[in-house]
Write a protein that binds this ligand. Structure first.
Ligand SMILES: N[C@@H](CCC(=O)N[C@@H](CS)C(=O)NCC(=O)O)C(=O)O
Length: 210
C-alpha cells in the first residue's frame, strides 16, 4: 500500500501541485477522489479530515495534513531532501512570495473568477458572467506581473532547478491558456511565456494533467 494518500478532485490546481511534487520525487502514492462539484467535499466524512472542505488533504503515516503549502513543505522534507526549495535565503523568500501571490491574488482572479466562469459554468449548462470575468483581468495582470518581476527564468522560475514555486504556477497556466484572457494577462510577462512553453512539456506535468 502507498505510504501517501491524497484526497481530492483530480482536476484541482492544488491537488495537481501535490501530485507533481510526488511524481518529480519518484514517490508512490494513491489518489482518493473527493469531488468538489457534487458536495462530497462538504460531507461529514471529508470535513472530519479537512474542516474547511477544501482539497487536497494528505494522509501520511496515519497523519492528516491540509493546506497545500504545508503539504508540499512536509513532502519536500521527507521524500525529496529539500530538493524543491532553494537553500539560498533570498531565493527561498522568492519561492514563498510566488506561492503567496498565487494563493492570495492569482488563484482567486484566474481560477476563482475567469476559469470558473469561462470553463466550469458553461460545462454545467450555465452562462458565463462576463462582468465577473472582466473585473478579474486587472487583478490577474497585477499578480502575474508581480511574479514576472521576481522570476529568474533559465529555465525555471528561480533558475536552474524546479522549485515549489514552479509547481504552484504551472497549473494556473494549464487553465489560463485555455481562455481568451490569457493574452491580456500575460501580455507583459515575456519571461513567464517562455517558461510556460518549457514547463508544459515536462513529462510529469503531462502525466498529472492527463
Ligand atoms: N488554501 C487551500 C486552498 C485549496 C483550494 O482552494 N482547493 C480548491 C480546489 S483547487 C477547493 O477545494 N475548492 C472547493 C471549494 O472551495 O469548496 C490549500 O492551499 O490547500
Amino acid at each position: 500500500m502507498a505510504k501517501f494518500t491524497i484526497y481530492g478532485t483530480p482536476i484541482s490546481v492544488y491537488v495537481r501541485i501535490v501530485r507533481l511534487l510526488l511524481e518529480e520525487a519518484g514517490v508512490d502514492y494513491s489518489l482518493k477522489s473527493v469531488d468538489i462539484f457534487n458536495g462530497e467535499s462538504q460531507s461529514a466524512e471529508y470535513l472530519a479530515k479537512n474542516p474547511f472542505g477544501k482539497v487536497p488533504t494528505l494522509e501520511a503515516d496515519g497523519e492528516l495534513i491540509y493546506e497545500t503549502s504545508a503539504i508540499v513543505g512536509y513532502l519536500d522534507a521527507v521524500v525529496a531532501d529539500h530538493k524543491f526549495s532553494p537553500s539560498d535565503p533570498l531565493r527561498q523568500a522568492r519561492m514563498r512570495q510566488i506561492m503567496a501571490v498565487v494563493d492570495s491574488y492569482l488563484y482567486p482572479a484566474v481560477i476563482g473568477s475567469i476559469v470558473i466562469q469561462r470553463l466550469i459554468v458553461p460545462s454545467q449548462g450555465g452562462k458565463t458572467d462576463e462582468a465577473k470575468v472582466a473585473s478579474a483581468v486587472a487583478p490577474a495582470k497585477t499578480a502575474m506581473e508581480a511574479i514576472e518581476a521576481i522570476t529568474v527564468g533559465q529555465p525555471y522560475l528561480l533558475g536552474t532547478d524546479l522549485t515549489i514555486a514552479d509547481f504552484y504556477l504551472i497549473f494556473i497556466f494549464t487553465y489560463l491558456c485555455q481562455v481568451p484572457e490569457f493574452e491580456a494577462i500575460t501580455a507583459k510577462t515575456p519571461k513567464l511565456r517562455v517558461w510556460w512553453e518549457q514547463v508544459r512539456q515536462l513529462p510529469n506535468v503531462k502525466k498529472v494533467t492527463g
